[in-house]
Design a binder for this molecule. Sequence first.
Ligand SMILES: *Cc1c(COP(=O)(O)O)cnc(C)c1O
Length: 386
Amino acid sequence: MHEAHALSGIKPYLFADIDRKRAALVERGIDVISLGIGDPDMPTPERIVEAMVEAVRNPANHQYPDYAGSLAFRTAAASYMSRRFGVEVDPATEVLTLIGSKEGIAHLHTAFVDPGDYVLVPSIGYPVYVTGAVLQNAQTWAMPMTADNGFLADFTAVPDEVAKKAKIMFLGYPNNPTGAIATPEYFDAAINFCRQHDILLAHDNAYSDLTFDGYVAPSILERPGARDVCIEFFSLSKPFNMTGWRLGFACGSARAIAALGKVKNNLDSGQFTAVQEAGIVALTDCQDDVTAMCGVYARRRDLLVDALHAIGVECDSPKATIYVWAKVPAGETSESFATTLLEKAHVVVTPGSGYGADGEGYIRLSLTTPDDQLREAVRRMKGAMA
Ligand SMILES: *Cc1c(COP(=O)(O)O)cnc(C)c1O
């Protein structure tokens, strides 16, 4: 047998080495604290679980689901967009249910990219923006992201000949992993750039509702001119502690939604309708739970940022997301520092270089660990760095 050539273009899992070392420590009975994964540690709100239990008992939900998602879920998503952002989308033509937003992001490449085309990706970003392109035998061009530009991916650096062959530009704010937030002016300039070059702007908004200190994150669809060039991805995973359920949605340009829907019609059969019914309860009825989660993450963020500062590690206090993006000490690389923390403190963090070239020199620490373990992790890091 012969694997597809495209598969060999996917680099070995960058965190594999750390995973291996972690497994070896755990095998020796050592208590390893993980600040590595962005996977909420608290359970899904009870109301959502109850709705699911009820929906599972309904035989109507046992048959093939609607490919594009149930109209009821898409309508709940449209109502959320209207209530939360003042953005009106038509549930029938401008909203698509996803089996998690990762699925939609990966399939967007299949819908829009031919071999040899370019996909514009942030130089620090969610890995699927790149791997989705690789699987289509497309090329990626990394838009520079640095502390100096506020980690706002610099599309003005894209060469003309690349822009001409570019089909999709991916952006995502509030940003995983940097915690950066976008300004309205930045979104407007990105929309103009994509209009000018006839590029689909895909905005990954997985953290729109996990914000702190009074900050309210926007939808890119609020901006003038966004409607016909943008598709925006939302995920129920992070705000509702539903990573295991696999539910998200895309909305925006009817043409982009139709193309993505056509791919999905042929590759999957839609998310289990019972999961979508539970998702309706999340989108409609669980704002209090999300507010409570924001309180928990804000408290953990303060605890972690203060502790990092106390041991001389530089980091900003993020206004959103569930991550702290910290600079590695002088003389260390992302990977060497992550390895030091693992070996000396038994704490797992993610090397920034795993998210792209400009992530070198940083680590990402996740806030999805109970407070007492987070405190213990910081105490150990202090010891390791002393
Ligand atoms: C977690 C995450 C996703 C994927 O979310 P799912 O809906 O669980 O697939 C997408 N983008 C970013 C930036 C994420 O952090």
